[in-house]
Structure formats: structure tokens, C-alpha cells
Design a protein around this ligand. Sequence first.
Ligand code: C2O
Length: 310
Amino acid sequence: MADNPPAAAVESRPAVPPIRVRRNVANLLANDPIITFYDKAIGAMKAKKLADPLSWRYQGAMHDYPPPASDFPVTADNPEPSDKSFWRQCQHNSWYFLPWHRMYIHHFEKIIMTHVAQLGGPSDWALPYWNYSASAAAALLPAPFRDTASNLYIPQRSANANAGTAFADSGDTDTTQCMGSTTFSAAAPSPSFGGPSTGFNHAGGTMGLLEATPHGSMHVAVGAYMASFRTAALDPIFWLHHCNIDRLWEAWLRLGNKNPPEWVNKTDNVSFRFHDFTGAVVSMKSSDVLDTKPLPLWYVYDDDPLVSTP
Ligand code: C2O
């Protein structure tokens, strides 16, 4: 009897939300709540001012800034924030490419989830991923992103992408080169899966194999906003593209490959700052995001054996 905890203690434990599952967009209908509430939540974020850390434009600016003034005018009643130190932080040509983007999409996803909950959408909402490498059909721009009446549509994209016709070739979507590499990080200019070990690196230098293809090649193929650091995150497909890149990191580890020892042993102390879904400042290191399943990340992809094994 003494072994059983009192019932009240059990009931007072905080509820742990279900782990969120990032699904393949190819399996979602255009009227799936995952899609329709993504559209609505982007609308809610767009209604916020540039200086608000939870606004669509601020979140995009964290990747890089400024976007073209013609598309995104800064006006007297929509000024830049006084503190722009969170902006232009995206990590490229670096081993930080994968962990930084993992952190970035995680915090963005939680912001969207908060809107989805407020708008009455599914409590298990999570970003979908776009696996353009699966087939010629999967390489077309997913249909909901071609709906001109939605926030998911960007008119400036490659005309073929927006028309639902082929716009990327098999070289753009190829994953055999990156997935065939067995080293996360090698000194430049040697190729490696995740890129060379660097300090904070916004741009310039040797790219990791995954960052180059399919990551970079698909950015360029979609075109327009996606083709520039300054606007990439302002195309809603960016976030599905990066979920797919993040998923490929998980798939690469399942092949038996290993993350850099400096992250596993926590000897690399470079940290990156973000805003959480309340706007509060949070700081993360690569070693904090090596496993997606425990908190603070708490997500899996639907092709993870944890999810897909009956
Ligand atoms: Cu920071 Cu796909 O880019």
C-alpha cells in the first residue's frame, strides 16, 4: 500500500502534450486542417507589425533582412524594431546549418501552433514536410501552395512551380550524394554531410552536401523569395522544405552515422538566440537539439520507426 502514490499527487502532475508528428504533405488533402490552419495562422502572423517578434515579417527577418522594399515597405506606423540583433542569424556553409534551422523551425512551429489553438484548429498541429525526392509527382509544388486565394501562394515563384508542372529536375532533388556521406563534418574543402566546423557563419565558405543538394538546389528551383536568404522564409513552402531537410538528418542518423563529437560531448558552446511562442528570449546550443524526441523539441517525423512501426 505504501508503494502506491496518493491519487491526488498523480492528478496534479502537469499534462504532457502528445509528441507532435510532422506529416508528409503529399498525404494531406487541400482541406486537411493541417493545411487550412497553417494558412489561417500565417494570416494572423501577417497582421502583426514588423517589430513584433511573433510577426510573419520578423520571423522571416531572423533568417535574413532586408527583403525588397517594394514587397515589404517599412512605414512610419510599421517601423523596424530598435533591437535587430535577432535578425540575419541563419547559419550557412557551416556545420551549424542543420542545428540552427532545426531550432528556427521549432520555434516558428510553436508560434503557428499557438495561433492554430486560438483559432480552434487541431491541438496536434505540426508542420508538414515536403519530400520532393520521393517521385516526379512529389517534386511538383504541393497543390495547396498553388491556391491563389490562400496565404500559401507566392505569385513570384517559378511559373512552372505555381502551375503545378515540373520545375525541378532529378539533379535538384537528389539525395544519394548527401545520404552516401558517412562524415557529418570534415575540414573544408572536403565534402561532408553537414558542412565544415566553423564559428558563427551566416554565409560564405564550403557547403555541406545536404545543404547543397537538395536544400540549395530546391531553393533556387522554386525561385523568387525562396532563391534569396533575405526572403526565403517569407514563402510558406520554406518551412516544409526545411522540415524535409531536418527529416533527412534524422534519416541519415538512422543509417548508423554519427553527429559531431563536439556536440555529443557538449564541448561546443556556440549558442543561438530565438523567441519562443510567448516572445520570450531563449538560447540554444547544437547539443540541445541532437534528439528531436525529448523536450524541448518533442517531435518526430511520420517515417520514424517510432511512429510507423505497428
Ligand atoms: Cu537558411 Cu533553406 O535556408
